[in-house]
Design a protein around this ligand. Structure first.
Ligand code: 13P
Length: 246
């Protein structure tokens, strides 16, 4: 039985006072019947670690350099993230693939760098609306995942996958539970064939998950939790989503 996982992706939001309030509320609403984590902007890792450490809540980053160290201005290495106790690093989010031109190979290298430092990469895959309408959804997500599987080889079973249809992110237009389930099933089959561990690996859904649609999404057999954007910034909404997974 896979334990559900709900991860808040704060993206580039927050302020020190707002974060303190949000984290205190998340801590105060424990226990959850699922694993819960927040992926915060780098400057907030220290205070997030302080607020969450000692309990069962986890934290992480929203990206991770593919490089170990060196002249890479603006990059943050997995070694540095590990120093801050990060359990997770999101890699390959569609906003980075689109705005920062990240390739499948670079995403795979980032996943490898994270794993090498004991950080679980949350590997995002997802199709654009144009790709869905062209009937290319399966092809696109399998290609994105295959690059990571190929690079990680025998370690591929250690990742978390997040299916985030680009057209559902921040749009209020959620994939239907059936649409999401269909893609998750494809991804699980791919993971199982490649790693032999597909049945125990977690595949999260992301894209306009809200308090009122989380339960039906999480009830699908291959949806093992969520990667939550906007709703992770509001304590009551995020807590309700975590409860829906518990
Ligand atoms: P929203 O929940 O705001 O649609 O964002 C989803 C997402 O991109 C999480 O990584």
């Amino acid at each position: 039985m896979r334990r559900k996982l709900v991860v808040g992706n704060w993206k580039m939001h927050g302020s020190r006072p707002a974060n303190a309030e949000l984290l205190a509320a998340i801590v105060g609403a424990r226990p959850y019947g699922c694993d819960v984590a927040v992926c915060v902007p780098y400057p907030y890792l220290t205070e997030t670690a302080a607020a969450l450490s000692g309990g069962d809540l986890r934290w992480g980053a929203q990206d991770c350099s593919a490089h170990e160290q060196g002249a890479y201005t603006g990059e943050v290495s997995a070694t540095m993230l590990a120093e801050f106790g990060c359990r997770y690093a999101i890699v390959g989010h569609s906003e980075r693939r689109a705005c920062h031109h990240e390739s499948d190979l670079l995403v795979a290298q980032k996943a490898q760098a994270a794993l090498a430092r004991g950080i679980t990469p949350i590997v995002c895959v997802g199709e654009t609306l144009e790709q869905r309408e062209a009937g290319d959804t399966e092809f696109v997500v399998k290609r994105q995942l295959a690059a990571v599987i190929h690079r990680l080889a025998h370690c591929a079973g250690e990742i978390v996958v997040a299916y985030e249809p680009v057209w559902a992110i921040g749009t209020g237009r959620t994939a239907t539970p059936e649409q999401a389930q269909a893609v998750h099933a494809v991804l699980r089959t791919q993971l199982q064939a490649a790693t032999g561990h597909g049945e125990r690996m977690r595949i999260l859904y992301g894209g306009s998950v809200k308090a009122d649609n989380a339960a039906t999404l999480f009830a699908q057999p291959d949806i093992d939790g969520g990667l939550i954007g906007g709703a992770s910034l509001k304590a009551a909404d995020f807590i309700a989503i975590c409860r829906a997974a518990g």
